[in-house]
Design a protein around this ligand. Structure first.
Ligand code: NZQ
Ligand code: ZN
Length: 384
């Protein structure tokens, strides 16, 4: 196992009715800014629950944060915060709202152009405290220190991480997710699944505990994910999906093991250039990454085949092929298509994707840092 530091200070309030308890988590004299997206929280009653939990408090609002949150929008919230002297943020929505709020929290105290936090890896030394009410199980943002923001003007979708932007608390009430359309449920399943795969499907590192935790999350997603699609009001299935998605990217399974974020990095460029949902990009790229990188990942692919999919028959080649095919079929079965052509994207877009990866310094990806632009080209060619 590799050396690691593990730190995660996020308090989780899990279960039905937990929104009612948020007031106790926020200082009584705080000037609070509720941040949210395009309005789903108003349609499903989550906004009303938050407002009644914060009755009598000093509350401001900032709505309109887009999926794949835009820098340009988030900077307007920063202006409002400075003008009103707001000192606590409450993100209410999906990963985009939580990510956007992390950026806002950091940008408020940043001297200079806050985009440098992402474009130049400028360190974040302070941030406003914030909490989250999560309404879409997918990203893990509710319990991690990462954030992905898009500069719309230039179509740059970039990532930053800082221990300053862990939420103080996150509410995970599975009932708030009942209103999700099937597309977003499927997206959440695929995103969480891929987060596990990028921390697990590399090479053996003598970390059997992390391996088994990763495999148990994958198996839980395979079992519970389809139940949530078949019966959107199945509380227990939804609760298990929500907790699986959080556990998939809160740092625990990735501690002490090699990681491969190739699929995500290619995926971010696909979203920025072609507007695919985050999880759609992952469903397209992951099967191809596993196929092109099969030699490097051979041992773990065999382990994955056996322990996650129960594939024990056939020679090694056959088992590896079957495991990759099962992965693709699972994504398709939860409604997320796995080919570029399903989204109207042709292979002629490959040079632009590679150019953007180069611009963003993503030229040595993967657990061996040997996924260079030529390898990315092979991966994308297989995504057609
Ligand atoms: O904007 P509203 O009206 O709220 O609607 C949203 C949005 O249209 C809707 N929605 C959310 N909760 C709902 C709901 N609709 C009905 N009922 C509910 N309960 O769903 C749509 C998508 O929301 P979004 O927040 O964009 O989705 P998601 O949670 O999948 O977040 C995706 C973003 O997270 C980033 C992605 O790149 C992308 O920008 N990621 C963040 C990560 C992190 N911070 O660690 C890691 C991930 O790999 C990912 O990159
Ligand atoms: Zn993701």
């Amino acid at each position: 196992m590799k050396n690691f530091a593990f730190y995660n200070p996020v308090k989780i309030l899990f279960g039905k009715g937990q929104i009612a308890n948020i007031a106790a988590e926020i200082p009584a004299d705080a000037k609070i800014l509720i941040t949210y997206g395009g309005g789903s929280i108003k349609a499903n009653g989550v906004y009303d629950q938050v407002k009644s939990a914060l009755a009598g408090r000093n509350v401001f609002e900032f709505g309109g944060i887009e999926p794949n949150p835009h820098l340009e929008t988030l900077l307007k919230a920063v202006e409002l915060i400075r003008k009103e002297g707001i000192d606590f943020l409450l993100a209410v929505g999906g990963g985009s709202v939580v990510d956007g709020t992390k950026f806002i929290a950091a940008a408020v105290f940043f001297e200079g152009d806050p985009w440098d936090i992402l474009a130049k890896n400028a360190p974040v030394t302070a941030a406003l405290p914030f909490g989250a009410v999560l309404t879409l199980p997918a990203t893990g943002s509710e319990m991690n220190d990462g954030s992905v923001v898009t500069k719309w003007e230039t179509k740059d979708k970039l990532f930053f991480a800082s221990s300053q932007v862990f939420p103080r608390f996150s509410v995970l009430d599975p009932e708030t997710t009942y209103s999700l359309p099937p597309r977003q449920i499927g997206n959440g399943i695929v995103d969480a699944y891929t987060h596990v795969m990028e921390q697990y499907l590399t090479y053996p590192a003598n970390a059997p505990l992390q391996d088994r935790m990763a495999e148990s999350i994958l198996k839980t997603l395979i079992e519970e994910g389809p139940k949530t699609l078949a019966n959107p009001q199945d509380y227990d299935a939804r609760a298990n999906l929500v907790w699986s998605a959080t556990m998939a990217l809160n740092g625990l399974i990735g501690a002490g093991v090699p990681q491969d974020w190739t699929t995500h990095m290619i995926g971010h460029e696909l979203t920025a250039l072609h507007g695919l949902d985050h999880a759609q990009t992952l469903a397209v790229v992951l099967p191809s990454t596993l196929t092109i990188r099969r030699d490097r990942k051979w041992q773990k692919l065999l382990q994955y085949a056996e322990r996650v999919w129960g594939i024990v028959d056939g020679d090694q080649e056959q088992r590896v092929n079957d495991a990759i095919a099962k992965t693709r079929n699972f994504f398709e079965s939860v409604g997320v298509r796995t080919r570029l052509s399903d989204y109207g994207v042709g292979l002629d877009s490959i040079p632009a994707i590679i150019k953007n990866l180069e611009k963003h310094g993503m030229t040595a990806l993967g657990e061996y840092e040997d996924v260079n632009p030529q390898v990315v080209e092979q991966i994308l060619a297989l995504c057609a």
